[in-house]
Design a protein around this ligand. Sequence first.
Ligand code: AMP
Length: 143
Amino acid sequence: MNIASLLKAKGRAVATARAEASLLEIASQLSSKGIGAIVIVSERDEVIGIISERDVVKAIGARGVSALSLAVGEIMTREVISCTEDRTIEDLMGIMTAGRFRHVPVVEGGRLVGIVSIGDVVKNHIAEVEMEVSAMKDYLSTG
Ligand code: AMP
């Protein structure tokens, strides 16, 4: 399955914030939306960074609660690995494993059009394996 089909099924909503947002605002958004990462965008909606719950915990661990007043731009990851919609779920599994992160923004023509998390990838993988098992059972019972 490619990423375009996955996004069609799960939707294209992406949580974003500006680099000036405080870590407290980021933590509050992560918590209220029940998500693990937020994409940081410029005024022109270009992807300029990503912040995940792991970064927030790391900043608090290193600096204490005062980290919560930092601007997210100061601690976000700036080298964002993104993908396009024509990539496959297998491609994304490889990208996440190699980069050791769990979120990949989907960008088309410079525009953010979705995000894929490891949860989406695993959910899809399980569904595919279940379909294969079911097809195999049908084959064996009719053979
Ligand atoms: P995660 O596993 O998504 O919580 O992220 C682990 C670390 O990788 C954090 O420092 C994130 O800022 C960073 N990260 C997450 N997603 C990406 C990505 N697509 N490209 C680059 N870094 C990322």
